[in-house]
Design a protein around this ligand. Structure first.
Ligand code: ATP
Length: 372
């Protein structure tokens, strides 16, 4: 379903590249409480003009509540939301130059693709010929063939309907587009195609996109920045690469894919050791952690060590199982009470099988110490 709200007449499509500069949206200490419960608990974030920001987080972390406040469907209980410097806390959805694209599309079922896309233009009393020209332009933008203009929307596939919904959202010519898991009902292959198309569309339109999803992959592929939400707060926001390689907390690291995590303590000399006293060599430490922390090592930065090659950290163990991931293979290696995940290329996996005694290793630069 699309709700929109722009009252301005649409402008011509301009193939702008996004110019990331001043904040278009600012959230200052935004909270939303339902009774005693804070669904959103003090969010501070600046979203820049032309940015693609995705908020990810587990179910119940507050993503939808946050997006509903941004779109004007809920008012914050505390804090401020500004759009281009103007306070919009209590501006209703239909008075904001923003547009929300939902997973359930709410297209008009008995109307054609063209009529659906033209709806916002008709409401604004744009003359029919101009409307049609604009609809066709938007259809090209979302890669819908021109002859679909007169096709009944219910005869379109799921992916085509999603494109119609997007074209209709763009017909409102909003300043900011909000997306509430629009791809979650589609099959994997189509989702992968549309993820890339959305990213292209963002680039071509120059608009600001704010997107929420459970899907890490979606967030990583499409976004300029990813904000990770947990219990009503944004616990880290950064580029996909920053979030992946420099997680601020164990929660973020574990949310962003499988990891090896070891509880460690800081020795009086400042170095770290495992709970059983074994030393562990690390070089990177996230901010604000105490003397008890967790070391995170991603499976793909671990390797099997043979012959003269070595690594800063070495562990002997036995391969328990292997899992094919396509071009890569993941191994579960048992060593004492610990289980390690090691992921290598298919070429590097040659000759390895369950039951083999192996040495695994990783370098200090690939381990990061994080707080909880
Ligand atoms: P999901 O990914 O499952 O959609 P989410 O991260 O979007 O989850 P929200 O829908 O924002 O999470 O909900 C956050 C918390 O706020 C949940 O515990 C939810 O039950 C609660 N909540 C949301 N809306 C209301 C409401 N109107 N009244 C009471 N509690 C609510």
């Amino acid at each position: 379903m699309i709700s929109s709200t722009s009252t301005d007449m649409p402008r011509e499509t301009e193939a702008l590249k996004p110019t990331i500069s001043a904040p278009v949206l600012q959230l200052v200490d935004v909270r939303k409480t339902f009774g005693d419960f804070a669904a959103v608990d003090g969010v501070n974030v600046d979203i820049k003009e032309g940015e693609f920001v995705t908020i990810v987080g587990p179910s119940g972390s507050g993503k939808t509540t946050l997006l509903r406040m941004l779109a004007g469907m809920e008012a914050p209980s505390n804090g401020y939301i500004t759009l281009r410097g103007e306070l919009i806390n209590h501006v209703p959805a239909d008075k904001r130059p923003t547009c929300l694209v939902f997973q359930s599309l709410a297209l008009f079922p008995h109307k054609t693709v063209g009529e659906n896309i033209e709806f916002p233009l008709k409401v604004r009393k744009m003359p029919p010929a101009e409307r049609k020209a604009r609809a066709l332009e938007l259809m090209r933008m979302v890669r819908l063939p021109e002859h679909y203009y007169s096709k009944n929307v219910m005869r379109c596939s799921g992916g085509e309907k999603q494109r119609v919904a997007l074209a209709r959202a763009f017909a409102y010519d909003p300043d900011v587009l909000f997306f509430d898991e629009p791809l979650s009902a589609l099959d994997y292959k189509l989702k992968k195609v549309l993820e890339k198309e959305l990213k292209d569309l963002h680039r071509e339109s120059g608009k600001t996109f704010v997107y929420i999803t459970h899907s890490l992959e979606e967030a990583m592929v499409m976004s300029d920045r990813v904000g990770v939400m947990s219990r009503g707060r944004i616990v880290q926001i950064g580029t996909p690469e920053e979030i992946y390689t420099r997680p601020a907390t164990r929660f973020v690291a574990e949310f962003f894919g499988e990891v090896n995590s070891f509880e460690v303590r800081r020795n009086p000399g400042g170095d770290w050791s495992l709970a059983d006293g074994a030393p562990i060599v690390v070089t990177r430490t996230s901010d604000a952690i105490g003397d008890k922390a967790t070391v995170i090592v991603r499976p793909e930065t671990m390797r099997f060590v043979t012959g003269p090659s070595s690594a800063d950290n070495l562990i002997s163990g036995k391969i328990y199982n292997e899992y094919s991931l396509g071009s890569r293979v993941q191994y579960q290696v048992h060593s004492g009470q610990r289980v390690y995940l090691v992921e290598v290329t298919r070429a590097a996996s040659a000759g390895l099988s369950a039951g083999d005694l192996v040495t695994i290793g990783w370098d200090a630069r690939d381990a990061i110490v994080v707080g909880d």
